[in-house]
Write a protein that binds this ligand. Structure first.
Ligand code: GLN
Length: 195
């Protein structure tokens, strides 16, 4: 039986994740309320605006039940704002912004600066043979807080510094970029292979 994968659909690019997972033959359920979490095998937290998603998670009373499931090990893919919502530390978040603290990274919002707020670049992803089209939109950057976090891709900055943009720790995968905004399904496939 194909797994049931939830896509958090409070705000942001939920439609595109739903389509990508659907193309891979997955049963997808959009999650807006606590009852939508019943029986999920995994969940995707999309890009959008992390402060807004955090607020809507609270007002829909979905934050606590989802937090409990994630703490119990529900596999999760977080893209962009989703990465921020899963990070242990948000370096420049709004004071009322909450996170599930499921991966030992610190994130800086809009880490790539204002001038180059949005850009595309070919990424070399561990375990993928060909480059992956990385679409970055006001993207966060990660700092690793624990050696058990695996860096699957990073972006080289003008300063020569490498910023991790795709990380995995156990069954938590996070990207700074938006795989759902490309036709390339390999990243969603990687996520499903780990379920
Ligand atoms: N900068 C946004 C935030 O802080 C994330 C941008 C995105 O998801 N494309 O939530």
């Amino acid at each position: 039986m194909s797994p049931i994968v939830g896509v958090l659909a409070l705000q942001g690019a939920s439609r595109e994740h739903t389509d990508a997972l659907g193309k891979l033959g997955t049963t997808v359920r959009q999650v807006r309320l606590p009852k939508d979490l019943d029986g999920l095998d995994a969940i995707v937290i999309p890009g959008g605006e992390s402060t807004t998603i955090s607020m809507l998670l609270e007002s829909s009373k979905t934050f606590e039940p989802l937090s409990d499931l994630l703490a119990d090990g529900l596999p999760v893919l977080g893209t962009c704002a989703g990465m921020i919502l899963l990070a242990k530390e948000v370096l420049d978040g709004r004071s009322d912004q909450r996170s599930f603290a499921r991966i030992d990274i610190a994130v800086r919002r809009n880490a790539f600066g204002r001038q180059i707020a949005s850009f595309e670049t070919d990424l070399h992803i561990k375990d993928l043979e060909d480059p992956f089209p990385g679409v970055f939109i006001r993207a966060p950057g990660a700092q690793i807080l624990d050696p058990s976090v695996e860096i699957l891709a990073s972006v080289k900055r003008e300063t020569g510094e490498e910023t991790p943009v795709f990380c995995r720790q156990e069954n938590v995968m996070v990207t700074s970029f938006h795989p759902e905004l490309t036709d390339d399904l390999r990243l969603h496939q990687m996520f499903l292979e780990h379920l």
